[in-house]
Write a protein that binds this ligand. Structure first.
Ligand code: ZN
Length: 471
């Protein structure tokens, strides 16, 4: 009875109304501009960020070029100013007080269709995992729509963790699969590289896809995918020539599992003329000193995938030796084998693997090294450092805003360390690619996410049944 009379008291009701209005004022101030306002804006001013990691030492403090209490202004897809006290009367203002701004992560190796097989072959090494989870996919006929949904799911997950550029090393099972795969990448809003894996009979389709779907797209780049081994020498030779004909990078998996040394990848690459092409090699774990020197001599780029290497018991890449040789290395999430698209966990693992091997906490990469490797370093691996990877005028507005006030991240001690050791996808508040918002106030943009999850769920169940029937 006492409770009821208090609830009905006019004084209490007025007080409650005032509180309610105050809460609304607070939430609208905290919410910032809407998705629609940011998407429509010709100019956006990110104002008063606690830290901006430009990644350019000449612009700010230390090797990551850090600015404190700083602003970033971009017009359309291009950064026009980075500094303190920027003003722009025409810009939509995004208040970043207490937040951290940095370039988006560059994921230099992934297989986006593999969201379909998350959790598959949990306790297998690479070769057994491929046998159980990947090779049988050729027989199940993944349709264009199914490929589309699977790749879209992966792209949403990448956006959530702050990836802005991804290399999708696609198994390209059929031309229909390729169509769905590429359309999903185009629709994602991400900057992307499509690495097409095709037999010699598919070379004309590869040329067509490059011309029709990739070259005409402002955020797309094409690569030719192949595999090095003496048993595949003819195909490796043909794909090396195709990559040179198209002036694109040849993308190879090299010595990921130690048993693959018997395939003699380096002998095959030499005989096939692969070193005459621009080369990106994934994993490159089990290498001799001579092989590391050979990669360096030919300016071969390396994609390091620490979470995947741990999951598949593949081994520990020789990162300090690669660095000493001057090899450019970026970080990759590597599709279904890591079971998560978490760029922060990936950076932690890159550091952790070298520390448990060397027992030396200062070994390469340090926190600063891995933050650079995950952004500007990845851009250099892809020859995109003139456009992306750091925050300076003239570069593309591919950037993310982290909120360090969450329970997994606060309090402030050493934020650079905390990005790597405490960061999670949930700390990524905003993601912009080409100046367009892909994540806003902690939510990935796009209303069709539930439908995508449903479609991938249905496909995964269909495929599991089809695989059972094959056994
Ligand atoms: Zn891979």
């Amino acid at each position: 009875m006492v409770y009821r009379s208090i609830r009905r008291s006019p004084v209490v009701m007025i007080f409650a109304l005032v509180l309610c209005n105050y809460a609304q004022t607070l939430s609208s101030a905290a919410a910032g501009p809407t998705v629609e306002a940011l998407a429509a804006a010709a100019r956006i001013l990110i104002r008063n960020a606690a830290l901006v990691l430009t990644m350019e030492p000449q612009v700010g403090i230390g090797p990551l070029g850090i600015l404190e209490t700083a602003d970033v202004l971009f017009a359309g897809e291009t950064i026009v100013a980075v500094g303190t006290g920027l003003q722009d009367a025409d810009a939509v203002i995004l208040d970043a007080t207490g937040k951290i701004v940095l370039p988006g992560f560059v994921d230099v190796h992934n297989h986006l269709w593999q969201s379909l097989i998350r959790g598959c072959g949990t306790d297998k090494d690479l070769l057994d995992w491929l046998k159980e989870c990947v090779f049988p996919m050729r027989g199940v006929g993944i349709t264009e729509q199914e490929a589309y949904a699977a790749v879209r799911l992966s792209t949403l997950d990448l956006i959530a963790t702050g990836v802005t550029t991804v290399v999708d090393d696609s198994h390209s099972f059929t031309p229909a699969f390729v169509a769905g795969n590429v359309r999903a990448l185009q629709d994602s809003g991400l900057r992307f590289v499509y690495a097409y894996c095709g037999s010699t009979e598919r070379f004309n389709d590869m040329r067509r896809v490059k011309t029709a779907l990739i070259d005409s797209h402002p955020r797309a780049t094409f690569q030719v995918c192949s595999h090095p081994g003496m048993g595949l020498l003819d195909w490796l030779t043909a794909t090396s020539r195709l990559a040179q004909e198209l002036h694109v990078t040849l993308n190879l998996h090299v010595n990921e599992n130690i048993k693959q040394r018997q395939d003699e990848a380096f002998k095959a690459m030499q005989l096939a003329g692969a070193f005459d092409a621009k080369l990106l090699v994934n994993h490159a774990i089990h290498l001799t000193d001579e092989e590391i020197a050979q990669l360096a001599a030919h300016d071969v780029r390396v994609a390091h995938n620490p979470l995947s290497n741990m999951r598949l018991a593949s081994g520990i890449i020789r990162l300090p030796e690669m660095r000493a040789a001057g090899i450019k290395v970026g970080l990759g999430l590597d599709g279904g084998t890591n079971d998560t698209s978490d760029a922060f966990a990936n950076m932690r693992a890159a550091i952790g693997l070298q520390r448990v091997k060397s027992l030396a906490p200062h070994t390469f990469p340090t926190v600063i090294d891995v933050l650079r490797m995950g952004s500007l370093g990845g851009a250099e691996v892809l020859d995109m450092e003139h456009n992306i990877g750091s925050l300076i005028p003239g570069k593309k507005a591919d950037l993310i805003i982290l909120d360090p006030s969450h329970i997994n991240f606060a309090p402030r001690w050493d934020w650079l360390s905390q990005i790597v050791f405490n960061g999670q996808p949930s700390n990524v508040a905003y993601v912009f690619v080409d100046g367009k918002p892909l994540k806003v106030a902690g939510r990935v943009v796009g209303g069709e996410q539930a439908e995508i999850v449903q479609a991938v769920e249905a496909t995964a169940q269909r495929i599991k049944k089809a695989l059972q029937a094959q056994k």
